[in-house]
Design a protein around this ligand. Structure first.
Ligand code: ADP
Ligand code: 5GP
Length: 207
């Protein structure tokens, strides 16, 4: 079946799990998609670009956006605000694109409540907590305090794997990318409930 309402792919997992790395790996192979650039109040990291990785704003600006109903969902993660803007997501869905979110467990909960019939969710994790710590330290983008906070957060996040459709253990990067590619392709085939009626009516029309 070919429907053109678009679909959503949610990626969650501890910071340092490899979500951005995996996305870069699969983006060229998964057809028309739109990566939702979140807005955040966290400080920009070395190697990041404003408007590409995130829209970096002040807490005051973020709060003003909340007042104006600018966000599809937002959450406080590790003491910073992060939010998904509605407008570009709506536009990309209308264009039939696969919209990809890199959001935390709270964001997934919200998206699942609001858009479950077009959403596929994946939890991505390194094989062990030890490996997560190693990767965060090797990435060299955060201070030890921030890394310790992220490790503590990861222990809580891992308890919520059952809220996701799929789990990918990102040990071997190329194997994990193959799995994520397959899930992204399947996510496009998810049938929104309003399309089912339309499809069956057309399917039964034999005259
Ligand atoms: P996230 O987007 O989930 O915060 P990143 O994609 O920034 O995580 O990955 C964190 C670090 O781990 C990066 O330095 C990245 O190069 C490394 N990394 C990602 N996947 C793997 C893997 N399968 N094996 C080893 N290192 C990895
Ligand atoms: P980081 O600071 O490592 O880029 O991201 C920290 C956490 O915030 C990650 O778990 C990431 O998935 C989450 N995150 C990023 N953008 C959003 C967003 O728009 N909404 C929510 N709920 N979480 C987000």
């Amino acid at each position: 079946m070919n429907h053109n309402t678009g679909a959503i792919l949610v990626l969650s997992g501890p910071s340092g799990a490899g979500k951005s790395t995996l996305l870069k790996e699969i983006m060229p192979d998964i057809g028309a998609c739109y990566f939702s650039i979140s807005t955040t109040t966290r400080k920009i990291r070395k190697g990041e670009t404003d408007g590409v990785d995130y829209h970096f704003v002040t807490v005051e600006e973020f709060k003003a956006d909340i007042e104006e109903d600018y966000f599809l969902e937002y959450a406080n993660v590790h003491g910073n605000y992060y939010g998904t803007s509605i407008k570009p997501v709506k536009k990309a869905l209308k264009e039939g694109k696969l919209v990809i979110f890199d959001i935390d467990v709270q964001g997934n909960d919200e998206i699942r409540n609001r858009l479950h019939d077009i959403t596929t969710s994946v939890f991505i994790t390194p094989p062990t907590l030890r490996e997560l710590k190693y990767r965060l330290e090797a990435r060299k983008t955060d201070t030890q305090d921030v890394i310790d906070g992220r490790i503590e957060m990861a222990k809580k996040e891992i308890q919520r794997i059952c809220e996701y459709d799929y789990l990918i253990v990102n040990d071997d990067l190329s194997q994990a990318a193959t799995l994520l590619r397959a899930i992204a392709q399947a996510a496009r085939l998810k049938i929104p409930s309003h399309d089912i009626n339309e499809f069956t009516i057309k399917w039964e029309d034999i005259d």
